[in-house]
Design a protein around this ligand. Structure first.
Ligand SMILES: O=C(O)C1=C[C@@H](OP(=O)(O)O)[C@@H](O)[C@H](O)C1
Ligand SMILES: C=C(OP(=O)(O)O)C(=O)O
Length: 418
């Protein structure tokens, strides 16, 4: 007898579409990164409107968190909500909350952000282990406006500070120490501030944000999520030449660093055509090098997708710049090594890279574990084009992309509950 410890546990058996020349349209929900930034800015400046909000769990917990003024705020697995709300509540005079999250969130470090906020005058205490959530936050007016912080662990600490910066009396000046990681996410934050009329500058390792008491009526239009688009790049890469998947709503001048996918997947024979607010992903060539190398320090969330694409196509890869992966929803380097390995792949990892050897034969009868990580489930999904397998705890996708499995069904994949 099987005993299920998680009542929501969903095991999905995945198989390839009968026709692997796919031509379909998919509408993808708004970027969770842009959504959670826009929601925070709207809390500070209520005349901001937002279009194409993400329907993800992470967006929902952010909205619910912002609506609270006291008591316990539980943001589950949402890293951005944890980091952004820490800065928000710390700067909101009169609000007092305990900000907590899932078991995993309580293992994801937050000391860098807490210390930066404390240096600005915030009242934040650790409820359990020093350096980790849950946090007891008593909001107050932050008087100081200059702080230094390490920039090599997570850019979310920096974005969190930048998002509250215009609401501080004298704005904010940040000095970033060390190699700056996930830079496009910092630039996204600054771009959104600029969109609402806040002055910012980012020169070398110094970021400045001017104060702002009111903004003009603005609608922030959230672009759809490029990290979610990555799974369709992977699908098209593994499909027949001539396949084309159209995704909405996307634009060429994206704020999301993961839009680098358009360049990366050229190497996999996938062309991206920008057309009327959509992207058409087209498989145009079967010619792919037998080994690919990428530095993903600016786009860490697509590492799993690329590794699985390579496995499915029987090519090797060397992915670097992955030093942030061990502190994400799970230790993604360890999780990838284990799950790729179940298909017979030879994978080496160190603290910041992954090397996959080319592999032609894929093991059958695999159950992929997902480790409470949406991207483990979604990254492996496309591999069903090459071999049938089962995804454990498949409901995890709702963290960023609740409609993922239905969208695979739309493409003709067999997605069956066990
Ligand atoms: O600011 C953001 O919206 C994000 C920043 C990145 O995190 P790190 O800066 O911790 O790499 C990314 O992995 C995450 O999914 C979203
Ligand atoms: C790392 C991620 O999310 P977060 O850090 O916001 O939990 C992600 O979505 O891949």
């Amino acid at each position: 007898m099987t005993i299920h410890t998680n009542p929501n546990e969903l095991k999905l058996q995945l198989s390839s579409p009968n026709n692997t020349k796919i031509e379909k349209d998919i509408a993808i929900t708004g970027s969770k990164s842009e959504t959670n930034r826009s929601l925070l800015l709207q809390a500070l400046f209520p005349n901001i409107k937002i279009a194409n909000l993400s329907n993800s769990d992470d967006g929902e917990v952010m909205q619910k968190g912002l609506a609270k003024s006291n008591g316990v705020v539980d943001i589950h697995h949402a890293g951005t909500a944890m980091r952004f709300l820490t800065a928000y509540f710390a700067s909101q005079q009169g609000k007092q909350v305990v900000l907590t999250g899932s078991h995993r969130m309580q293992e994801r470090p937050i000391k860098v952000l807490v210390e930066a906020l404390q240096a600005l005058g915030a009242d934040i205490q650790y409820e359990k282990e020093t350096g980790y959530p849950p946090l007891k936050i008593s909001g107050k007016k932050l008087e100081k406006n200059r702080v230094s912080l390490p920039a090599n662990i997570s850019s979310q600490y920096i974005s969190a500070l930048l998002l509250i910066a215009p609401s501080l009396e004298n704005g904010l000046e940040l000095e970033l120490i060390g190699k700056i990681t996930s830079v496009p996410y910092i630039k996204m934050t600054l771009a959104l501030l600029e969109q609402i009329g806040v002055q910012t500058s980012f020169v070398a390792n110094t970021i400045k944000v001017a104060p702002k008491t009111e903004v003009v009526d603005t609608t922030l239009v959230v672009e759809s999520d490029w990290s979610s688009a990555s799974y369709f790049y992977s699908i098209v890469a593994m499909c027949d030449v001539g396949s084309a998947i159209t995704l909405s709503s996307y634009q060429q001048n994206s704020l999301q660093g993961d839009s680098i996918l358009a360049k990366i997947y050229k190497d996999f024979g996938v062309e991206t055509i920008f057309k009327d607010n959509t992207i058409v992903l087209k498989k145009t060539s079967k010619d792919i090098a037998d080994h690919l190398t990428y530095d993903l320090s600016n786009a860490p969330d697509i590492a799993q997708t690329i590794a699985v694409s390579c496995l499915g196509l029987g090519i090797g890869c060397h992915l670097t710049g992955l030093h942030t992966l061990p502190i994400k929803e799970t230790d993604r380097l360890a999780a990838l090594q284990k799950e790729l390995g179940k298909f017979g792949a030879k994978v080496d990892i160190d603290s910041e890279s992954l090397t996959l050897q080319a592999q032609n034969q894929l093991a059958e009868g695999v159950f992929v574990d997902t480790y409470n990580d949406h991207r483990m489930a979604m990254a492996f999904g496309p591999l069903a084009l090459k071999v049938d397998f089962v995804v454990n705890d498949a409901e995890v996708v709702s963290k960023s992309y609740p409609d993922f499995w239905n969208d695979l069904r739309t493409l003709g994949f067999a997605v069956q509950e066990l």
